[in-house]
Design a protein around this ligand. Structure first.
Ligand code: ADE
Ligand code: ZN
Length: 322
């Protein structure tokens, strides 16, 4: 039982958190046929590439500023109901542009959802703007420029997600330079679909304080030591990793090994309904599948707050709540 524990989430894609029932209602509202991607109340995909395709299709039924406010409020409400005090949501203003809503209105809707959830439930949240590798380096630079220029106090980080097998990290380094110069926190998906080399590329070419997943670093002991020595934080999403077959089962998942090697690790849900998980379940897995004690799970949560992309006053307040 982990229901009594305070929780923090650093790695969740906003559209990836869309409840299937809400997505279905949205699809009906806009008369969009999603039956190839959503059936019997579950998202339909079979491998990483088809997951990304399904994710992009689902995202397309959220079209207006109010749709994004509702989606954000709905997810943060769910998090607050299980004792979550802080959430970082990965958002894609570029997606807002692609669907014709525009980056500004997309972000305004998300920020309104955060405002409502904070007012009703006291949950703190920040936004990490992401570029998507499969839309190419130019679009990722566009996302970084947007994040840098927005001067939005809720946008505090920059990420790179999408098809990890497309290009090398160096192709996207310029986008991270723009985000770093703007004072944003840096994190990057690596070591999920690709092996340890992608985590090394990320450390060398981006110098992030956190890595999304990073779990395949376990394939290289020198790299595990480097992560521990540097204090880089891994945003580990065990349920996602098993659903995407990064590891065959929880017994083979390296979360505990990484923690024991001194790597700073946190737990998150990534795209919860796509992977039949939730932050609640990830905390339960920490206890039941990985055998962490309450005190060890609180360590994961504390690491999350220490690595959060927030000002120091907010960090102190979150640590005090824990
Ligand atoms: N976009 C949404 N979820 C993702 C994941 N797990 N990896 C890469 N890109 C993503
Ligand atoms: Zn992710």
């Amino acid at each position: 039982m982990t229901s009594h524990l305070k929780k923090v989430e650093l790695h969740c894609h906003l559209e990836g958190a869309a409840p299937p029932a809400l997505t279905l209602a949205q699809a009906r509202k806009y008369n969009i046929d999603l039956s190839a991607y959503l059936s019997d109340g579950a998202y339909v995909w079979h491998d990483f590439a088809s997951f990304l395709e399904c994710y992009d299709k689902v995202s397309e039924v959220y079209k207006s500023e109010e749709d994004y406010a509702l989606l954000t409020e709905t997810y943060l409400e769910e998090l607050a109901s299980i004792g979550t005090i802080y959430s970082e949501l990965i958002v894609s203003p570029d997606h807002g542009k692609r669907i014709g809503l525009g980056a500004e209105a997309y972000i305004a809707g998300v920020c309104e959802g955060i405002r409502r959830a904070r007012e009703a439930h006291g949950i703190e949240a920040r936004l990490i703007v992401t570029g998507e590798r499969h839309f190419g380096p130019e679009s990722v630079i566009g996302a970084a420029e947007y994040a840098a220029k927005a001067k939005n106090p809720l946008i505090t980080g920059f990420n790179l997600a999408g098809e990890e097998r497309m290009g090398r990290v160096a192709d996207y380094a310029r986008a991270f330079d723009i985000a770093r110069d703007a004072g944003l926190g840096l994190t990057i998906h690596a070591g999920e679909v690709c092996g340890a080399f992608s985590v090394e590329d990320a450390l060398n070419d981006v110098r992030p304080s956190r890595i999304g997943h990073g779990v395949r670093a376990i394939e290289n002991p020198d790299l595990v030591k480097r992560l521990a020595d540097q204090g880089a934080v891994l945003e580990v999403c065990p349920g996602s990793n098993i659903a995407l077959k990064v590891f065959p089962d929880f017994a083979a998942h390296p979360l505990r090994k990484l923690k024991e090697a001194g790597v700073r690790v946190t737990i998150s849900s990534d795209d919860p309904p796509f992977f039949h998980t939730s932050l609640k379940r990830e905390y339960e897995l920490a206890s039941e599948a990985f055998g962490f004690s309450d005190s060890e799970i609180n360590d994961l949560t504390r690491t999350g707050i220490e690595a959060a992309f927030v000002d120091e006053e907010t960090r102190r307040a979150l640590l005090a709540r824990l």
